[in-house]
Every structure is written in structure tokens, then in C-alpha cells.
Ligand binder design. Sequence first.
Ligand SMILES: *[C@@H]1O[C@H](CO)[C@@H](O)[C@H](O)[C@H]1NC(C)=O
Ligand SMILES: *[C@@H]1O[C@H](CO)[C@@H](O)[C@H](O)[C@H]1NC(C)=O
Ligand SMILES: *[C@@H]1O[C@H](CO)[C@@H](O)[C@H](O)[C@H]1NC(C)=O
Length: 365
Amino acid sequence: MKVLTKFVSGLLALASLGSTAEVVKRAALTQVTNFGANTSGTKMYIYVPNNLATNPAVIVAVHYCTGTAQAYYSGTPYAQLAEQYGFIVIYPESPYSGTCWDVSSTAALTHNGGADSNSIANMVTYTISQYNADASRVFVTGSSSGAMMTNVLAATYPELFAAATVYSGVPAGCFYTGTVDGWNTTCAQGQSIHTQAEWAATALNMYPGYTGSRPRMLIFHGSADTTLYPQNFNETMKQWSGVFGYTYGSPQQTLAQTPSAAYTKYVYGPNLAGIYGTGIGHTVPVMGDQDLAWFGITGSSSPTTTTTANPTSTTLATSTTTTGSTGGCTAAHWAQCGGIGYTGCTTCASPYTCRVSNSYYSQCL
Ligand SMILES: *[C@@H]1O[C@H](CO)[C@@H](O)[C@H](O)[C@H]1NC(C)=O
Ligand SMILES: *[C@@H]1O[C@H](CO)[C@@H](O)[C@H](O)[C@H]1NC(C)=O
Ligand SMILES: *[C@@H]1O[C@H](CO)[C@@H](O)[C@H](O)[C@H]1NC(C)=O
């Protein structure tokens, strides 16, 4: 009787899955061919663990040039970690010969522009609906060309991703050539040098008018990288520090020999950190434990959800420039103007308004 009840309720559970019934085999890298618009012909592979969580998190793992979904699946720890923690991994695959990503065309660098970045965004929304995944816990990571794409996705689809880790990339927009799947030697060689405000504007202009939350960024790079020169670490840190309103060059913490002997970790705040490897070349090894901690899947490297009431951060949404306030200071366009732990200026230079991105960060936009 008990068995029969279980069997019937099992059938009902299956039936209730309805149109979102699973279509792929568990615990196997599987291609998905119906994920939505795919103008650039990008391929989607997915890994759904046997141990799938309810409302699972999703990690998009983006391969390097010459790589494939299969190579990144077998060469990185994410699938094994998925079995341990119950999240889904999406492995997109580049459609181009040589399998670099298109991070150079105007379409690729534009929200809903129709290029690879758009296809990958469609893979994410497909996966959220198909597996009832947790839309607030979608993450992206990648190596080299995949790291470039990670920065591009963070800029073009900030609403989709909660956090990102970037292994040896370049700033979003740095590889612009105006052609599809182009190679920007100036950028690769670390000669595309801009101010923090310029890099921030490059990222923000990929989704004009967007004022919602943005993924927290963790940037890895090696000092001996001769493919994407180490200056790209500095430029990428400038870009995201500008977006989040941190002062580039003034991290809150500098941690020597972290997470291991060759590396130094620069913590700008809850939304940005860099890990720079001295003597490390283009292949910074993927550090699954660092990624999962940054994503908040494990550990405590995610922003502490201290729920200390912070009246300023909620009122800032509507605060505008106050004129004639004595002793007040003014935050510039793009600068931070509020958030938990922030002690700087809370009024924006005219005509900008202080807008809340998340509880840790408000910005003059
Ligand atoms: C996307 O394009 C690739 C390459 O043509 C193809 O293999 C894949 O099935 C397409 N997927 C969708 C959803 O159109
Ligand atoms: C690479 O980017 C730089 C800086 O934006 C630009 O001046 C240069 O023309 C680009 N290179 C190519 C090959 O398009
Ligand atoms: C780039 O960043 C690294 C690591 O923080 C630092 O050692 C180096 O001096 C920076 N380079 C420039 C030109 O600022």
C-alpha cells in the first residue's frame, strides 16, 4: 500500500513537471539544441548533476580559444563540484574556427545585440525556466577568451549574473575591432590604457539605462602572461572599480600569499577583488574553491548578509543633489554615493542622481 502510494505520488510529481520536464540525462555532458534564439550559432552543453538541488544555482563556464565545451568540462572542477553542491553547469561552445569568442563586434558588446553573448544569455534564461533554477544565483566564469566573454557578459547582461570570476582576460570592450571574432593586438599586448571612468563608461554603455544590480567580480591574472599582457589585470580592475565606485589603486585589503604562495589578493570591497600571480603565465589554474566561495555557494567570502538597518541606503534611491548644504561634498558621475560601510559623499554632482544598485553600493548615474 505504502509502495503504491509512493508510486502514484511519483507519477503525479512527474506529471506536474509538465512542460518543464527534464530533457537531458543526469551527470553527463549533453548538448541542448532548443535553448532559444541563437543568431551566432553558439552551441550549448549542460551538466545536470545526479544530486540536483531544488532551485539549483547555475554556473556558466566559458572555454578558452581552441577549447570546447567538452575540454572545459573535463579540464575544470565545476562538474565534480556540481555533484557535491547540486548546481547546474552550462558550457557554451564557440561557433568560430579556432573557437575564440566574439568579444570584438558591436553586436557582441551590446545587450540583446544578437551575438555570442546574447546566445549565452538565452542559455541562462532557458536553464532557469527548464530546471526551476534560482535566478538570483546564476554565475559566470571563464579562462582567457572565456574570461573576456565573462567580462562582456557581466557588462551586457548584469541583470542575469550575481557574480563572476575571470581567469586571465581583458576588460569588457578592450577587444573591440568592429569585426566578428576579431583579435585586438593593442589590447592583448596591454597597450589599451584608459582611466577608471573611461573603462567604467565602456562597460556601462553596453546596456544603456540599466540601473539594477551588477555581478560581483573576482579577477585573476598572472604577471608573466605573454598572451594577454598583465596590464590587462590593471585595466580590468580599473573598469570594475569604476563601475562599483571603488578607488582604483586603493584596495581595502592587500593579502600577500593569498590564496597560495605566488598570489596576492586585492580586496576592494564586497563587489570586487583581484588575485594576481607573480611569475604565473597565461594559464592561471582554475581555483574551484575560490570560485564557489566568491559565488557564495560555499564559505564566507560572499558579502556578509549583516542585516544591520541602514536607513541611508534606502533613502538614497530618491536623493538628489542638495544645494547649499554647508560642509557637504559631492560625488562625481559614476562614483559611489552610498551603501553599507560607505562613508563618503552621498550627494551627486548635478545632473546625476544617486541610485541604489544593491545594499552595498549606490552610484551617481
Ligand atoms: C545554435 O547553432 C548551433 C550551430 O549551428 C546548432 O548546433 C544549435 O543546435 C543551435 N541551437 C539553437 C537553439 O538554435
Ligand atoms: C583595438 O582597440 C584599440 C583601442 O580601442 C583601437 O584603437 C584599435 O583600433 C583596435 N584594434 C583593432 C585591430 O581594431
Ligand atoms: C598592475 O597591478 C599590479 C598588481 O597590483 C601591480 O604590481 C602593478 O604595479 C600594476 N601596474 C601598473 C602599471 O600600475
